[in-house]
Structure formats: C-alpha cells, structure tokens
Design a protein around this ligand. Structure first.
Ligand SMILES: Cc1cc2nc3c(=O)[nH]c(=O)nc-3n(C[C@H](O)[C@H](O)[C@H](O)COP(=O)(O)OP(=O)(O)OC[C@H]3O[C@@H](n4cnc5c(N)ncnc54)[C@H](O)[C@@H]3O)c2cc1C
Length: 423
C-alpha cells in the first residue's frame, strides 16, 4: 500500500521541481506561479494519505499545515492592503500613471497611512482595470522614515499633484496618506498592458488615473547601513536604478533633515543606461538629491557617474559631437544641442547635457572592476547593485577580485548586496 500511495506525491514533487527550472519559470511566469501554488496545495493531502500516521509523521504534517495557514493569514490580513485589518476593506489606492521615454511607466500611488516601509523594500501591485489577476513586484523608489516626517517634508511633495478622483480612499483624509513611487519597465505581460492601456483612453492630461491593490512591503536590508559603512557605491544597469535610488534619496533627505548619518560620508552612483533619454526617468529625483546635498553644510560627498552604452542611432552621423561631449564632460559646452540636425538627436543630446550637469558622462559599458577599484580606496564600503544578469555577474566578480584589498590591508571591508528583478 505504502509503495502505491507514494506515487502521486512523488509525481507532484517531480513536477514542482521540473517546472521551477529557471528557463521555464521565466518564460511562463504566470502559469508557473499558478501551477506551483496548486501543486503545492495538492501535495499535502497526498502526503497525509501516503504516510498515514506512520510513527509520528502526522505531527510534522499538522505543524506544516499550521505554519502554512498562519503565513497565508498574516499576509492576507496584514500585508494585503485591501484586506488589511488596519483600515477599510476592498478599497484600492488612487494611482497616477505617467508614460516616460524608453518604455518606462511611472506609477504614483497614494498609500494608506498604515502602509509603512523602509528604503530598499518592494511591494506587489494589482490593477484590476489593466489586468484582473496579475500581482507584480516593484521596488519602492520613494523614501519614508519611521514616523513619516521625512516624506512629509520632502521637497518632491507628498501628495499626488495631478488627477486623483478615481476611487479615492474613504476611511481617512487624503492628507494622512502618503505617496509611493514605482517605475515599471515594459515587458510583455502586465507591464505591456499597462504601457498601452491608458494610451487608448481619451485623456486631457498626460497623467492617467486608476486604482491599485497594494500588497507589501517586503524585502529590504535590515542592517542600519550608515552605522557600518563610510562609503556607499550604488551600481545600476537600466531599470535597476529603481533599487538604488531609494538609498540615494534616503541619505540626501537625512542629510538635509540633520538626521544622524552615522559613519556614512561618501555616496557614489554608477548608472549604466542604453540611451541618454533614459536619464529622464529619474532626472527630477537626481536633481533633488544634488540640490538637497548642496543645501546642507554637512552634506555627503556625492558623486554621479553615467555610462551611455547604445546611442549609436543618435550619434552615428555625428561623431564630432560625441567626441566633443565625452572629451569635455562638463558644462563648458552649452551650445552642444543646437549644433545637431535631427530632432531625435537633439533630444538625446539634451538628455546628455542634463546628465553632464549632474555628473560625469562616459560612452560605452563601464569596466566595473576598474571603476570600483578607483572608488574603493579606504575604510568600509558597501556596494549595492541591481541590473541585468550579466551586469550583476560582472559586479559580483569585480567585488570578489577587490577582496584582495582587504587582505592587503588597504581597506577594512568591502560588502556587496545585489537585487534581482526575478526569482
Ligand atoms: C523584488 C522585485 C523587485 C522588482 N522591481 C522592479 C522595478 O522597480 N521596476 C521594474 O521595471 N521591474 C521590477 N521588477 C520586475 C517586474 O516585477 C517584472 O518585470 C514584471 O513583473 C514583469 O511583468 P510582465 O507580466 O510584463 O512580465 P513578462 O513579460 O511576462 O515577463 C518578464 C520577466 O518578468 C518576470 N516576471 C513576470 N511576472 C513576475 C512576477 N509576478 N514576479 C516576479 N517576476 C515576474 C518573468 O519571469 C520574466 O523574466 C522587480 C521584480 C522583483 C522580483
């Protein structure tokens, strides 16, 4: 009997493992997710049937059931905002959607006061108007301190500035809510639907409104980074900037508000983008960071380095301009954009001019090993990285190689934290 009853859970376990193999999981994420949950639920009763209280097997199985139910209940009534016990049920959060160049969508959500989060955390969002069942994770770019004072004083503004009427929250006044900002790069499923949904709607403004079911926050770094490290190097590839930006915002906001910055003295951002106009995604945030830092006498040593890797279309016919820009890398050349012929080229160059305003711009992929070696000179450094797989591999290898500086006594510590946009 034991041999036969073991066959169904064995097959289920095999399917759970095989269907979780990375290429399958990535290619068919929605089907993988649904299948995985259903198979896992099915597995448990089959295991009860198979083990049939042999020795004390059921004690372990009932403990598994209890833990599983507890975690689901906690997520349902604590983390999922529309079901949260802390406020009214089934109320979505008013949301503004703005389309940006380079297949990026900015999502501003007015979250309830009970939704508190730390820098570096992410949340899941569901927009029934765009896709009924999908639930997708995105990094929270905006920052909030524990008693919400920083976001309230934040120069970026704490409430939504544009349209907001849609499904406005009932329970508390809108003043008590705070804005969270997410950025979604367009792929083929939910993000594709989101990038096209509102374009087909008649709209008098560039900002579109909808309602979002919020679930989270999750993840993050628990360690108070500023107490352990004096240098923070943020390395991002493309949309991976969403995982690095909250750290930059957090430290420059803290510096402005005279919060304790601990040991932290230096923050370096290294951001690699394919096209110059991708810089426009977060231009305002970066300007705010620089401005805040300049406004504060005890500001950080803040440096930004941008690498533009694929602007061949814009620059192929105008090699002079590129060389000019990358040679000077400064504000010395304000007439740069006006020298170009095509509108597209002008737009890219305007973006480049804006980048030059904030930091150093270099054409081509960065050699991370060399770049980090220049930046990591003494003390304790934390490197935070997020980007495509190959970028993270290079970053990990670069940090691994630089550990010899610790062995040689040149620096005290080099730690690496990477974020991946997928599981
Ligand atoms: C912790 C975390 C934080 C993230 N933060 C951001 C962010 O700030 N900005 C951003 O643009 N993207 C972010 N992502 C990635 C984003 O969640 C996916 O790009 C998005 O879910 C893709 O949706 P889609 O239906 O358009 O994807 P598809 O076109 O179907 O797939 C694109 C890729 O996304 C993966 N994916 C699809 N759905 C999910 C899901 N529900 N959970 C995890 N991975 C999924 C697939 O495996 C595939 O590799 C983050 C992912 C994780 C895990």
């Amino acid at each position: 009997m034991l041999q036969y009853t073991g066959l169904p859970p064995f097959i289920i376990l095999l399917l759970l493992c095989v269907l979780s193999i990375r290429p399958i999981r990535h290619r068919f994420h929605a089907s993988f997710y649904l299948g995985h949950v259903l198979l896992a639920i099915l597995y448990l009763p089959f295991i009860f049937w198979h083990s049939w209280n042999l020795i004390d097997s059921w004690a372990y199985l009932w403990a598994t059931v209890a833990l599983w139910l507890a975690s689901w209940t906690a997520r349902f009534f604590w983390k999922m905002q529309p079901m949260s016990l802390k406020h009214e049920w089934f109320v979505g959060c008013p949301t503004n959607i703005t389309y940006l160049p380079g297949d990026m969508t900015k999502i501003e959500i007015l979250a309830p006061p009970s939704f508190t989060y730390e820098r570096g955390q992410h949340c899941f969002i569901r927009m029934p108007e765009v896709e009924k069942w999908g639930n997708h994770p995105f990094s929270i770019v905006s920052v909030q301190d524990s008693n919400n004072q920083l976001t309230k004083n934040d120069k970026m503004g704490n409430t939504l500035s544009g349209p907001i009427e849609k499904n406005a929250l009932h329970n508390t006044t809108l003043d008590e809510h705070h804005k969270i900002i997410l950025y979604a790069r367009t792929y083929s499923g939910f993000t594709r639907a989101l990038s096209s949904h509102f374009r087909s709607q008649p709209s008098t403004d560039t900002i579109n409104t909808t309602s979002t079911l919020l679930d989270g926050p999750y993840g993050g770094i628990c360690r108070p980074v500023e107490r352990y490290y004096d240098t923070l190097v943020l390395t991002a590839g493309g949309s991976g900037i969403t995982a690095c930006l909250p750290w930059l915002l957090s430290f420059t906001t803290k510096a402005l508000s005279s919060y304790d910055l601990g040991m932290m003295r230096r923050v370096v951002l290294i951001w690699t983008i394919k096209k110059a106009d991708h810089f426009l995604w977060i231009e305002d945030h970066l300007r705010n960071c620089v401005q805040r830092n300049q406004d504060n006498a005890n500001g950080l040593n803040l440096q930004m380095k941008f690498h533009v890797t694929m602007d061949d279309d814009s620059f192929r016919n105008n090699q002079d301009c590129i060389e000019n820009l990358f040679e000077h890398q400064s504000k010395d050349d304000p007439g740069f954009a006006s020298r170009t012929a095509s509108a597209q080229l002008a737009s890219q160059q305007t973006s480049l001019d804006k980048m030059v305003d904030l930091g150093k711009v270099t054409k081509g992929r960065p050699v991370l090993k060399d770049l980090l070696s220049e930046e990591i000179l003494e003390g304790k450094t934390l490197v935070i990285g997020c980007g495509p797989e190959s970028f993270l591999t290079d970053l990990t290898n670069a940090c691994g190689g630089l550990q010899k500086k610790v062995l040689q006594g040149e620096i005290a510590e080099l730690a690496l934290h990477t974020e991946r946009f997928g599981w």
